[in-house]
Ligand binder design. Structure first.
Ligand SMILES: CC(=O)N[C@H]1[C@@H](OP(=O)(O)OP(=O)(O)OC[C@H]2O[C@@H](n3ccc(=O)[nH]c3=O)[C@H](O)[C@@H]2O)O[C@H](CO)[C@@H](O)[C@@H]1O
Ligand SMILES: C=C(OP(=O)(O)O)C(=O)O
Length: 420
């Protein structure tokens, strides 16, 4: 099993290109199931999660051809042979549930394994199911699978999400594009990945209004066609690498970076003493003083502070001047990185959904273990700023969501390598 070896090496200087968003690509790929015409995605990230979605779609009979080294995905669901998403693949990745809405909408039936919980929380899919039920789906939960049918097709409906859910909004949005009549999704998620999905679906012929607001209105159409769509920039990869010069010093330009994707995160960085300035090619990030200042963080749905950057922010605040409180409001168990950061000399106390981080002057290298995707990269960030050597094990978590981490950071002067 691979590990990542990092030797703390002071300030970073250089440029890092930001890839297309994993979380957008993972919802754009299942959108292929809505049409028998080709869907081409450009700016796709090269990640193990994308390969898992490729495998899942392949098991249904869809073709997914990675072109240009995987940066372009040519998808076709012309010859779908199965409407069953097996547990063997679904258990690897929760985003697998996103095939449910499209399969049901186009074929009138689907069987999708329930994904189960994961390291960061229980993560039920009840809202995905309730939204589809509101559109007339008949659902039966048996043998760990959702058995779904809509014999006369899905029907437009008004559905008010009791809490904001990115995945449930995506599933309902895709399903609604082929439902009869109008669907109104209230309290819908507003994440840039939802906006990206809506734009791609519109290119395919869907009639959607309101993306980026909390009300989505979808007028169902008879059929969707093919399209070519460029995946939006990965705001989480962007935010992660913005934290590298914040934690190590120096100055790094994030190519393709946009403030509007991360406004609340940028405000928090500013309060901590980190400057973010727009450049013709993206964003330039540098910290203003030797040490960042403590800041409090509360995670929230977009446009709030993203939960997917909470672990990385904790690594920064571990070295801040003062005490910060991080409140995790999206997932109930997303502080698994705290004890690992503590092994590196961080002073962190976790009480339920709150972590109190007492900044220390210096972290120290240590052997640590990645527990989930964002936890793994938070340990790498901490290691860049630590004294001595850190080995991060279980980096298969990292490979789900970050492509060529070692290359991107080495190009800015970091001493980081993969050990096989
Ligand atoms: C592939 C992908 O895009 N993953 C992202 C997506 O996950 P995902 O779509 O799974 O996250 P949700 O927005 O659905 O989850 C938000 C909260 O709602 C709860 N919930 C969700 C659905 C449901 O049916 N019932 C329910 O109770 C979840 O347990 C969680 O506490 O958004 C999260 C929140 O920004 C991000 O951290 C993930 O990186
Ligand atoms: C939690 C994440 O992904 P997933 O929803 O696929 O588990 C993430 O990208 O940080």
């Amino acid at each position: 099993m691979d590990s990542i070896l990092v030797r703390g090496n002071g300030p970073l200087k250089g440029q890092i290109p930001i890839a297309g968003a994993k979380n957008a690509c993972l919802t754009l790929m299942p959108a292929t199931l809505l049409t028998d015409e080709p869907l081409t995605l450009t700016n796709a990230p090269r990640l193990s999660d994308i390969r898992t979605m490729t495998q899942l779609l392949g098991s249904l009979g869809a073709e997914v051809a990675p072109l240009q080294g995987g940066q372009v995905l040519a998808l076709s669901s012309h010859d779908i042979t199965s409407q069953r998403a097996d547990y063997d693949i679904v258990r690897k990745m929760r985003a697998s549930i996103l095939v449910l809405g499209p399969l049901l909408a186009r074929f009138g039936h689907a069987e999708v394994s329930l994904p189960g919980g994961c390291a960061i929380g229980a993560r039920p899919v009840d809202l995905h199911l309730k939204a589809l039920e509101a559109m007339g789906a008949e659902l039966d939960l048996r043998d760990g699978y959702v058995h779904a049918k809509a014999p006369g097709g899905l029907k437009g409906a008004v559905f008010d999400f009791p809490i904001v859910s990115v995945g449930a909004t995506e599933n309902a949005l895709m399903a609604a594009t082929l439902a009869k009549g109008t669907t109104v999704l209230k309290n819908a998620a507003r994440e840039p990945e939802i906006v990206d999905l809506a734009r791609c679906l519109r290119r395919m012929g869907a009639q959607i209004e309101g993306e980026g607001t909390s009300t989505l209105t979808i007028q169902g159409v008879e059929r969707l066609g093919g399209a070519t769509h460029a995946v939006v920039t990965d705001r989480i990869e962007l935010g992660t690498y913005m934290l590298a010069p914040a934690i190590c010093g120096g100055e790094v330009e994030l190519l393709g970076g946009r403030i509007d994707l991360l406004a609340s995160f940028c405000e928090t960085l500013d309060k901590a003493g980190v400057s973010v300035t727009e450049t013709p090619a993206g964003l330039m990030v540098a910290r203003r003083e030797d040490r960042v200042r403590a800041v409090d963080v509360v995670t929230a749905p977009f446009p709030g502070f993203p939960t997917d950057l909470q672990a990385q922010m904790m690594a920064l605040l571990a070295t801040a001047d003062g005490t910060s409180i991080l409140e995790e409001r999206i997932f109930e168990n997303r502080f698994m990185h705290a004890p690992e950061l503590t092994r590196m000399g961080a002073r962190i106390e976790v009480h339920g959904g709150h972590a109190t981080v007492h900044g220390v002057e210096k972290l120290r290298g240590a052997p640590v273990m990645a527990t989930d995707l964002r936890a793994s990269v938070s340990l790498i960030l901490a290691a860049l700023a630590a004294e001595g050597e850190t080995v991060v094990s279980r980096v298969y978590h990292l490979d789900r969501g970050y492509e060529r981490v070692e290359e991107k950071l080495s190009a800015c002067g970091a001493l980081i390598e993969r050990i096989h």
